[in-house]
Write a protein that binds this ligand. Structure first.
Ligand SMILES: [Zn+2]
Length: 385
């Protein structure tokens, strides 16, 4: 636990805010790589990929296009319809982590994933990937503490609005339909304004809980396994870059690595002062995916047998995507751990600093992580009911 605290502080206070594609994000990855090599990992790779600094550079223009499609439509109905359909297509594609959001159109920077593999003592029966992200977010009105409990509902609502506004050619024939399309476009405009507000007035946050703590805890767990390898489970440590700008590190990893049959255990925000939860579903109020039933079964058993760890389930978590979400969307096996009460402590706020990290939370995350790794190695998550 002392090592997890030290690594969390090193990233959050030593390196500081780690905006996707920034020099600090790279420095953080290099510093963590050094710590991991010192603590027994044999090889730790940094793999670069094309990325962007913020999800605002994708969702901002998409929402602005949807919001302005009505006005543009008054000048040229065809252009208005085209704009509104293009916004829907791009929004839908990004909602499922498609290729548009990874293209040169929105990705002008470079980010990297840290990857290390620890082979088991015996024959490889399965692969377990410990995941965390190294980058940190930017604050903004959309992450105000009075808004965060509703983020899942809000992003679901904006997704629905994007769909409704594209139905203008049909709905627009009736008065009530026109009102609905108008309201949907207003909501898209509000979303675009919030994206812009975050770029202009937001500040890059230290990201101690989200997610220096997860990078530290998953790194400590991997170092333990490096010293005492598992029986039949290959352990892969994946510390991603650019999670906060659209889970781009994980998308790049899934695109370039054969991960069929892998289990992913994601640590996102495990150091803040709140109870540790496992997510039963991921996504937002409109669209969500269930976490892997095998890993959930293991979590439920830990919850029953170790009440001292205070582990409990939660649906959706933040209401925004996690690194595990694209795994689930592609039909893979994943689950996420994170601390959360009604909302995540200091979520995407400048107050997410190392001094607010709880030793007890770090200790619990390590214990739960250890228990899940041991159970997976015993084959307890193999059967997929
Ligand atoms: Zn996070």
């Amino acid at each position: 636990m002392a090592r997890a605290r030290e690594w969390t502080t090193m990233l959050a206070s030593g390196v500081g805010p780690r905006r996707p594609c920034s020099d600090a994000e790279r420095e953080g990855a290099e510093a963590l790589r050094e710590r991991l090599l010192e603590s027994g990992l044999a090889g730790v790779d940094l793999t670069g990929f094309r990325s962007r600094a913020s999800f605002g550079s994708l969702y901002g223009p998409v929402l602005a296009a949807a919001a302005s499609a009505g006005l543009v439509g008054r000048l040229s109905p065809r252009l208005g319809t085209g704009l509104s359909l293009a916004a829907l297509a791009a929004g839908f594609d990004e909602g499922r982590f498609g290729r548009i959001g990874e293209s040169r159109l929105t990705c002008h920077g470079e980010s990297r994933n840290l990857v290390a593999t620890i082979e088991p003592k015996g024959e490889v029966v399965r692969t377990l990937c410990l995941v965390s992200h190294l980058d940190s977010s930017r604050s903004g009105l959309m992450f105000h503490p009075s808004v965060t409990p509703y983020l899942g509902r809000l992003s679901g609502l904006v997704g629905a609005a994007l769909g409704i506004q594209a139905l203008d050619p049909v709905l627009g024939r009736h008065r009530a339909g026109r009102g609905l399309v108008g309201a949907a476009r207003l909501l898209c405009g509000l979303g675009a304004a919030l994206m812009l507000e975050r770029e202009i007035r937001g500040e890059d946050v230290p990201g101690a809980n989200d997610n220096a703590s997860g990078a530290a805890v998953s790194g400590v767990l991997a170092s333990e396994v490096a010293v005492e390898p598992l029986k039949g489970t290959r352990l892969v440590l994946l510390v991603t870059g650019s999670e906060e700008s659209g889970v781009l590190g994980m998308r790049s990893f899934l695109r370039t690595t054969k991960t069929s049959g892998w289990l992913f255990l994601n640590f996102d925000g495990v150091g803040g002062d709140a109870p540790l939860r496992y997510l039963e579903r991921e996504g937002n109020a409109m669209q969500s995916w269930p976490a892997d039933s095998g890993i959930l079964e293991v979590m439920r058993r830990i919850e029953r047998e170790r009440p001292d760890l205070g582990l409990s389930p939660i649906a959706l978590g933040s209401g925004l995507p996690y690194d595990s979400t694209p795994v689930l969307v592609r039909g893979g096996r994943a689950a996420t751990l994170g601390v959360q009460a009604e909302s995540i402590p200091d979520y995407h706020a400048p107050t997410d600093t190392a001094d607010r990290i709880s030793d007890r939370s770090l200790g619990r995350a390590i214990e739960v992580g250890r228990a899940v790794i041991a159970a997976v190695d015993r084959g307890e998550a193999d059967g997929r009911p």
